[in-house]
Ligand binder design. Structure first.
Ligand code: NAP
Length: 309
């Protein structure tokens, strides 16, 4: 039986309630010991309005899991590491690459684990996709990542502010899957970003990438799509075609659906965090955030109509 560590959950919003609380309750590695949020509360544990108050309380804590928006996450993570706690970060791991590099260095010198999570990598079809692609030559990749921001992020003004990533908030899930399943490196070649007037983050993005310097990879990201969302990746390889649909949950190879595997995205994240803590390691793969940063560096920016939630 693995040791159960005391965990504080920070940022009690949509994902904390929908996924983190049930996963913590279901997994053996962590016991919820506190919640930290300015407005949100969790019944049955002590609640604090910020991380400094939790530290000052002297409550015994081993680890924190951060579910706040990316801007501001660095300050909380740095305070938690200074308090001697292990840190798990929701995706994206930060608002900038340099702040996450700083956290990596801080975790290393403190001898604590830092886990930058990518929940979509634990979708039921993702491991099977990676295994099938491992010995294939990739010819081309086409991605459609369409969802309705009003349905999936109701009222989340932060997502369209600078640092909120806009359509890359879901789009980075796609990049986390791609970087996990494609056998070679991925490079951003071109991008076109649409920003609603007065907003600091894009609502659509068209990306052109290159896999292993040979295969074109196109991605069409749209946060304004109504109707059934589409989170689809189609990969044409030398010996067949793979379709990963529903954000990594379902896998087809040459038209035949494959059985899924895994224990669920968020239970898998907490199990992995427990392993990292137990073995004194960190896991901080910044390739998805690097591709997003490259799109902001290189992308043509076009102003579109104002957007209201
Ligand atoms: P959310 O519903 O807005 O919740 C975030 C919580 O963080 C808020 O309820 C707020 O609680 C707290 N917070 C602290 N500082 C904040 C600030 N400056 N602005 C707004 N809220 C602040 O967002 P979410 O959907 O849970 O997303 C949080 C993170 O999880 C994001 O990085 C997102 O990419 C990731 N994620 C979301 C989903 C999803 O489907 N929604 C899925 C996977 C991952 P208090 O007001 O109580 O402090």
């Amino acid at each position: 039986m693995p040791q159960s560590r005391k965990l504080a959950l920070v940022g009690i919003g949509k994902i904390a309630r929908d996924q983190h609380l049930p996963a913590i309750a279901a997994e053996a590695g962590f016991e919820l010991a506190a919640a930290v949020s300015r407005n949100g509360r969790v019944e049955g544990v002590p609640n604090f309005t910020d991380i400094a108050a939790l530290i000052e309380s002297g409550l015994a804590i081993d680890a924190v899991s951060l579910c706040t928006p990316p801007v501001g996450r660095h300050r909380i993570a740095a305070q938690a590491l200074s308090a001697g706690w292990h840190v798990m970060l929701e995706k994206p791991p930060g608002a900038t690459l340099s702040e996450v590099h700083h956290l990596e260095a801080q975790a290393k010198s403190a001898g604590r684990s830092l886990f930058a999570t990518w929940h979509s990598r634990h979708g039921a079809g993702v491991a099977g996709a990676a295994a099938w692609l491992a010995d294939k030559q990739i010819r081309r990749v086409d991605i459609v990542w369409h969802e309705n921001i009003r349905v999936w992020h109701p009222g989340q003004e932060w997502i369209l502010a600078a640092g909120g990533l806009g359509v890359f908030d879901p789009g980075i899930n796609m990049l986390s899957i791609l970087t996990a399943i494609l056998p070679g490196p991925l490079r951003l070649a071109d991008a076109r970003l649409e920003f609603p007037a007065g907003r600091g983050a894009p609502i659509t993005a068209m990306l052109e990438m290159i896999h292993d310097e040979t295969a074109p990879v196109t991605a069409d990201l749209d946060f304004r799509a109504t109707g059934t969302p589409r989170w689809d990746i189609v990969i044409e390889a030398d010996r067949g075609t793979l379709t990963l649909a529903e954000g990594g949950a379902r896998l087809w190879i040459d038209g035949a659906e494959q059985p899924g595997d895994g224990i669920g995205e968020y239970p898998a994240l907490y199990r992995r965090f427990a392993e990292l803590v137990a073995t004194g390691r960190s896991d901080c793969d910044l390739r998805p955030l690097t591709l997003v940063a490259d799109a902001f560096l290189l992308g043509e920016r076009i102003e579109t109509d104002p957007f209201a939630f």
